[in-house]
Design a protein. Sequence first.
Length: 282
Amino acid sequence: MAPYETAELPPRIFQKISSLIYEKAGIELKNGKQALVSARLGKKLREAGCHSYEEYLSRIEADGTGESLIALIDALTTNYTSFLRERSHFDYLRKILPAMASQGAGLRGALDIWCAAASTGEEPYTLAISAAEALGSEAYSRCRILATDISTRVLATARCGIYPAERMTEIPKDWLAKYWLRGEGTSQGMCKVKPEIARMVEFRRLNLIEQFSHPRAFPVVFCRNVMIYFDKSTQERVVSRISRFLAPGGYLFVGHSESLSGIAHALDCVAPAVYRKRGAES
């Protein structure tokens, strides 16, 4: 039997990994997740040539570049997403964007949207297309989508902007015709986002619990289906940080399975899972 097949995840090592992931990413790995952690890190052990989790963890702690830690976080994060997920949010966005554009929301008329859990790109591309639907060609020059995620692995997929056709079933047919290219030959069965939409989106790795800067306030922030992995104290820190980057009167969209109840914030709920920052423009 190969030495890697005998590796087990001792409870004390699980606790060390849990503490490390919580400290560095704010993700809470509760008891009962040992099997998930063991399954996802088994491949990492083999790739690193480690014979135990202790050895693997020691290598992460000794890696001054931080790349091993990023790889660990990549392995332990779940990145489920889809086009037009929780569709009502995109309907709501298309209603509010024209008024924002007419008021010149943002510095120098820019309309910056932050997609704070971009995953493999379906959400930020849906945001860009929604902006184009709401504003027409004006969106291409005025709207910029900052798409961030903690996982370098999913961001690499997102930047390509290429998806199997079976992933596109929720997209309206007219959107497919206007904003997507269908693959031919060896690329048959694949769809690629058109260049004018791709240029609206900038992908960047970002850990939500680390420091962040942006030259303009965001009139819209989507941070959906990520705070469910945080405890209340981390949720409060993340919402507070996002609020500082949200323009007065700006909107924060969270997942329908998420709520800001029980944490301190200066936002008003204006629709299901939609919050608005108080201020002069509200």
